[in-house]
Design a protein around this ligand. Structure first.
Ligand code: NAD
Ligand code: MG
Length: 387
């Protein structure tokens, strides 16, 4: 029996992970599940999977969670420390699927106990790539990518020599507004930004897909995880979302990973790695699909892609600043306080402020400094938005 924990169990990735685990209950011993405000889902899954521990991120919901778990053996806990404790509980495999920088500390705790960390939480690598990789190395823990593009790259690289890699191409659907006139983007509504043409995901990543902040983060994630130079990473719009990523080699060959847009593939690959197991995903009928299209991204439409380049060029804690500002701008868009296109402007203004303070950006990459940078970026984003 493999001991598994799921951080962010009640979300889109978490529920897809539970779907796979629940199909083979005898193979897994579920240690910890974490969630947020969806107490009913968390308690139902914790009971059904006989978890040892269930944690809600919100201390004010602890009594609700206790009540929902009454009569079971599941321990209830709440708050940031308890989330870390969920990551630190001895397990063989931990899914990191909390959304946002909040996923960093629990994921680090899982690496520190030597667990294999299946990483959906791309913010961990954007904010603190070097820290995450170093923590894995020091603790002999394995980090497996779950983002579909990064799982695809990882699979295309099996048996290959990184020295022969020329380029990595990640695909983007183009999000909800791919075909909108540029002028119309400003007035895009929350509902319009919250529906994705191909993927069914959490609301925040869906909006980030429409603004291309998601792809911007994935470019940084690619650099951190695979250690390639920024100019080796390309983004291409591929409206069908069938090819998830491609790796180009020095002999001109390109290895492409093709599959249906279903996160259970990438989750299942990380769950069973290094084996491949049968997964409940659709099999593609290529004749029916007929054609696949590729379009160069329009940089005027997607300023987030340009910002990602600036973040990589600057290095240090700029990724944490970028992510913190982005999260705050996204909160404000969701709350109806700013326009869709204002998000990238806010992030850019915050990055400009950080650029004028090199001591902040060049501080050592410790969890404390990353957290402080994240908090400062959120504060500055609020100031920029209040102007
Ligand atoms: P989601 O919003 O559906 O779920 C997020 C989970 O995190 C929930 O369990 C929620 O309760 C929990 N959570 C939210 N805020 C929290 C906080 N402050 N502290 C602790 N827990 C909190 O998100 P999702 O779409 O499942 O995405 C999860 C992560 O996976 C994100 O980093 C996202 O970028 C990444 N990802 C998602 C997909 C996808 O298809 N959904 C694909 C690739 C990568
Ligand atoms: Mg992705």
């Amino acid at each position: 029996m493999r001991r598994v924990s799921i951080l962010g169990a009640t979300g889109s990735i978490g529920q897809n992970t539970i779907d796979l685990i629940a199909r083979a209950p005898d193979d897994y011993d579920v240690v910890a599940l974490t969630g947020g405000a969806n107490i009913t889902q968390l308690a139902t899954d914790a009971r059904a999977l006989r978890a040892d521990l269930a944690v809600t991120a919100y201390p004010e919901r602890l009594e609700d969670l206790r009540a929902a778990l009454a009569g079971s053996d599941v321990i209830a806990a709440a708050g940031a420390e308890a989330l870390k404790e969920a990551g630190a509980r001895p397990a063989d495999w931990v899914m990191s699927a909390i959304v946002g920088a909040a996923g960093l500390a629990p994921g680090i705790a899982a690496l520190e106990q030597g667990a294999t960390l299946a990483l959906a939480n791309k913010e961990s690598l954007v904010c603190a790539g070097k820290l995450v990789l170093e923590t894995a190395r020091l603790n002999n823990a394995r980090l497996l990518p779950v983002d579909s593009e990064h799982s695809a790259i990882f699979q295309a690289l099996v048996g290959e020599d990184m020295g022969a890699v020329e380029r990595i191409i990640i695909t983007a659907s183009g999000g909800a507004f791919r075909d909108w006139p540029l002028e119309a983007l400003k007035s895009a509504t929350l509902a319009e930004a919250s529906s994705h043409p191909n993927w069914d995901m959490g609301q925040r990543i869906t909006i980030d897909s429409a603004s291309m902040f998601n792809k911007a983060m994935e470019v940084i994630e690619t650099r951190e995880y695979f250690g390639v130079a920024p100019n080796q990473i390309e983004v291409i719009i591929h409206p069908e979302s069938m090819i998830h990523a491609m790796v180009g080699f020095n002999d001109g060959a390109i290895m492409a990973h093709v599959g249906p847009p279903d996160m259970r593939h990438a989750i299942g690959y990380a769950l069973h790695w290094p084996q491949r197991r049968d997964l409940p995903v659709a099999r593609l009928d290529l004749a029916q699909i007929g054609q696949l299209n590729f379009i160069a991204p329009d940089m005027a439409r997607y300023p987030a892609l340009r910002l990602a380049r600036a973040v990589m060029a600057r290095g240090g804690l700029m990724g944490a600043a970028f992510n913190g500002a982005k999260e705050r701008a996204l909160d404000a868009f969701i709350a109806g306080h700013i326009h869709f296109t204002r998000m990238a402007e806010v992030v850019e203004e915050v990055l400009t402020r950080f650029e004028s303070d090199p001591d902040l950006i060049d501080a050592a990459m410790t969890l404390d400094n990353v957290t402080q940078t994240d908090h400062l970026a959120r504060k500055w984003a609020d100031q920029v938005m209040a102007q």
